[in-house]
Design a protein around this ligand. Structure first.
Ligand code: NI
Length: 134
């Protein structure tokens, strides 16, 4: 069974594994071998920034099979233009939802969105994000 954790938690655990207890005495319980199977570190997506100016930022996102974007917050309204069709799994807070992308069919989302996006498909997911800065 695969359990997914938001990137922030995964990274926190990974750091704990590397550094062990710190001066505060913090020692993650998940270091116990019985718990370590719950840690899953996933591959991050690849991005390339194509436009970056005071008005807009355009980024292509490529998610290999099994990859995710990492937890992030959208500071600006944005438009997503899917290049490939397919299903994304989206973790928003405690909610997990699916979004079906259609190649070439854009959608809009408002600033403030916080999520992690996963590609559970067996093929690459590609989309272009256009952030509306001003
Ligand atoms: Ni996003």
């Amino acid at each position: 069974m695969i359990q997914i954790f938001p990137e922030s938690i995964v990274l926190g655990l990974a750091r704990g594994v590397e550094s062990g207890p710190d001066d505060s005495g913090y020692s993650p319980a998940l270091l116990d071998s019985a718990e370590s199977s719950r840690i899953e570190v996933r591959m991050l997506e690849e991005t390339d920034r194509q436009i970056d100016n005071p008005r807009t930022r355009v980024t292509r996102h490529r998610l290999a099979p099994g990859a995710h974007t990492g937890f992030h917050r959208h500071e600006f309204d944005y438009v997503v233009v899917p290049i490939s069709g397919g299903r994304m799994r989206i973790v928003e807070g405690t909610q997990e939802v699916y979004a079906d992308l259609s190649s070439g069919i854009a959608y809009f989302r408002p600033a403030g969105v916080e999520h992690d996006v996963f590609n559970d498909l067996d093929r690459e997911l590609v989309f272009v994000e256009v952030e509306l800065i001003s």
